[in-house]
Design a protein around this ligand. Structure first.
Ligand code: SAH
Length: 217
């Protein structure tokens, strides 16, 4: 069988078995994730596992997030298309591509120069034009482009930095893992009428966001 067809079949199975059948309901999320070639975002030696529901190493002790978690976070953002989204922790760029497939304009920040450049090159080669990559400390957000409709942290934080919440518009939504170094809760915060309403989506474990308003390491 030709290899692209094989990847497509594996991806369809992943979307059905690991996302839809496990409770991801937003059809736009399922469609977006059936479009993004996850095997292009993992190192060649892990490609055979690209459509398993697991995080995988991407170098520098960092990981590409597990597909189910990417789906859950994307669904939690309640995207309908056209939103301005800030992503903190570009990593492989996989989640970034999923956000772009959801019709968002994405500003994505990565602390590691190597990861940022690799993701930028890959995302461009795949034709994503609504994504801008920045090599910066994302725990401070991106004040020059604020405010945002959505902010997604794809690494853990000890608490939600005020600098980030201050960059949300009215009815804006923050999603990210908040907690200790070893375990966190996936938290959603909605900013409405001068109040931040917080709900917890699940327990989780992410690599840390290291920076001025994140973990000091
Ligand atoms: N969304 C990514 C997951 C990356 S893991 C993916 O699916 O591939 C989290 C990423 O956050 C790592 O790449 C790490 O280098 C990066 N990171 C850590 N601290 C950061 C900071 N202060 N600002 C931006 N990125 C940071």
């Amino acid at each position: 069988m030709d290899i692209e067809r094989e990847w497509n079949e594996q991806r369809e199975t992943m979307v059905r078995r690991d996302l839809r059948d496990r409770g991801i309901q937003d059809v736009r999320v399922l469609t977006a994730m059936s479009m993004v070639p996850r095997h292009r975002f993992v190192p060649p030696e892990y490609q055979y596992e690209a459509y398993a529901d697991a995080p995988l190493p991407i170098g520098g002790e960092q990981t590409i997030s597990q597909p189910y978690m990417v789906a859950l976070m994307t669904e939690a953002l309640r995207l309908t298309g056209g939103e301005r989204v800030l992503e903190i922790g570009t990593g492989s760029g996989y989640q970034t591509a999923v956000l772009a497939e959801m019709g968002a304009d994405v500003w994505t920040i990565e602390r590691s120069a190597t990861l940022s450049v690799n993701a930028d090159v890959l995302l461009q080669s795949l034709g994503y034009e609504s994504i801008q990559c920045f090599e910066l400390d994302g725990t401070l957000g991106l004040p020059s482009e604020a405010p945002f409709d959505r902010i997604l942290a794809t690494g853990s934080l000890p608490d939600v930095p005020k600098s980030l919440l201050g960059q949300l518009i009215e009815d804006g939504i923050f999603v990210g893992p908040i907690g200790s170094w070893y375990s966190q809760e996936l938290v959603r915060i909605v900013y409405h009428a001068n109040q931040f309403k917080r709900d917890v989506l699940c327990a989780c474990r992410f690599v840390p966001l290291i920076g001025e308003d994140g973990w000091q390491h």
